[in-house]
Design a protein around this ligand. Structure first.
Ligand SMILES: Cc1cc2nc3c(=O)[nH]c(=O)nc-3n(C[C@H](O)[C@H](O)[C@H](O)COP(=O)(O)OP(=O)(O)OC[C@H]3O[C@@H](n4cnc5c(N)ncnc54)[C@H](O)[C@@H]3O)c2cc1C
Length: 415
């Protein structure tokens, strides 16, 4: 495994991918956004043998180490080999107790943004039909008889098919639609990559949710990824509608480091900061907005509504989409099993309507469900027996009330 101290670097665009070659009259595929979904889809298309020209457009100027992806290692992805860390144990802390889960089968894996971008770009650049144009803000896409016209701040391009993977920023029109139409909550967080002067972290166990923090502003927890005894990514997370300003997050992070690890500001150095505002919603985002325009990634609704996890779902959907486009796979719309939808909506209601009960309920869920079934549930790969175990660990009366509320709302919507 690589040392986490490589964090924070910028990843250069490989020369072969730069806009040096003659511009074709039309591209086979234009991908909007060189983020997680855009780069992943491009990789899967190439893996399927696509040889027509592919163009990826992004408004950013560089690939920064702007996020850290974690997910359970339940299946192979092309990028998992670049993980900087795998934890076999994780914990949830609430109501004065700590529940620790250990799984030899499904480690919790951590991939840095920089490593993902570097790996994806290296894979893509081994083909000679891809161009990446950075610093181009996509302004519009218009479907014509013979293709799609994509207009950016720097020019226009014709494509046979377009994939919109421009993400879902908090001020986007798509998100405003989702908020108007249904249950949603925001997973807002600020994290520090830091190095402590003393060995305070237990690198064997990461902390998924530590609710032993002040809950005065709304449902809040700390998330700790310890890379070794000195280095960690520590995040302050809100699951509310409004979150908190960055200054509040920073003050709460330093308070947490003090209270849990006895660290004062002079005891650690902050090497980087991460900010996220992930919408968790049951809204059904359109997968297609035209005969030739597909939507991928968070903009296509890839975030799991009840947890905020997105990375694995993006991989599954993009892989299936590439297979269906190249005529060798089934409908990608079926890649996420439908039966998690109702449970996700009930969990969302819990987060919105009974936030004060959540710490206890999560602790109970972890304490009462064995690690492997719980991981399979969290990654949408559970059996009915796994689901029954999880449901058995939840308090019945509140969940029945939430489920009834959900059923009534859905019946009203369908009138
Ligand atoms: C800090 C952070 C940590 C996260 N951690 C996890 C995690 O641990 N596990 C997990 O499962 N999920 C995590 N997520 C959620 C999710 O996996 C990521 O947000 C993921 O990057 C979403 O992929 P995407 O392709 O939809 O969007 P992005 O990766 O954000 O890509 C969108 C791209 O579109 C570009 N773009 C936007 N507008 C335009 C425009 N007008 N013109 C051109 N380009 C444009 C952007 O510059 C960007 O490069 C995290 C998110 C954040 C922000």
């Amino acid at each position: 495994m690589k040392a986490p101290t490589r964090r924070g670097r910028y990843v250069p665009l490989p020369e072969r991918l730069g806009p040096g070659r003659p511009e074709p009259e039309s591209y086979g595929y234009v991908i909007l956004g060189a983020g997680c979904a855009g780069l992943s889809l491009c990789h899967y298309l190439l893996e399927r043998g696509v040889e027509s020209p592919i163009l990826i457009l992004d408004r950013k100027e560089t690939f920064a180490d702007d996020r850290t992806w974690c997910f359970w290692d339940v299946e192979e992805t092309p990028f998992s080999g670049r993980a900087v860390r795998r934890w076999n144990s994780w914990s949830v802390r609430a109501e004065g107790r700590e529940v620790v889960h250990t799984s030899r089968r499904y480690p919790y894996l951590c991939l840095t943004g920089a490593d993902f971008y570097e790996d994806a770009l290296a894979k893509i650049s081994s083909h000679d039909n891809v161009t990446v144009r950075l610093g181009e803000d996509v302004r519009s896409c218009k479907e014509l008889d013979d293709g799609v016209l994509v207009v950016t701040s720097a020019g226009s391009y014709l494509a046979r098919s377009v994939f919109d993977g421009r993400g879902l920023p908090p001020d986007s029109a798509a998100l405003a639609d989702a908020r108007r139409g249904g249950t949603w909550i925001s997973q807002q967080f600020l994290g520090w990559r830091l190095r402590a002067g003393r060995p305070v972290f237990d690198p064997g166990t990461c902390t998924l949710m530590d609710f032993a923090v002040d809950q005065g502003r709304g449902l809040r927890f700390a998330y700790v990824l310890p890379f070794d005894e000195h280095e960690a990514l520590v995040e302050n997370v809100y699951l509310t509608e409004s979150g908190a300003p960055p200054g509040t997050h920073r003050a709460e992070l330093s308070g947490y480091l003090h209270d849990r690890y006895g660290l004062s500001a002079e005891d650690y150095e902050v090497h980087g900061e991460e900010w996220g505002d992930i919408p968790m919603t049951a809204h059904r985002f359109p997968r297609r907005i035209g005969a030739r325009t597909h939507v991928i990634g968070t903009l296509g609704g890839e975030t799991r509504p009840s947890t905020g996890y997105t990375f694995l779902r993006v991989q599954r959907y993009c892989r299936a989409l590439a297979a269906s486009l190249t005529g060798s796979g089934a409908d990608p719309g079926r890649v996420h099993p439908w039966r998690y939808g109702p449970l996700d909506r009930v969990f969302l209601r819990l987060l919105r309507e009974r936030p004060e009960d959540c710490p206890g309920i999560y602790a109970r869920m972890f304490a009462g469900t064995p690690p492997d079934p719980l991981v399979r549930f969290l990654t949408e790969g559970s059996s009915y027996l796994d689901d029954a175990r999880l449901i058995g660990a939840l308090p019945k009366i509140p969940f029945l009330r939430l489920a009834a509320g959900e059923a009534i709302d859905r019946a009203r919507e369908s009138l």
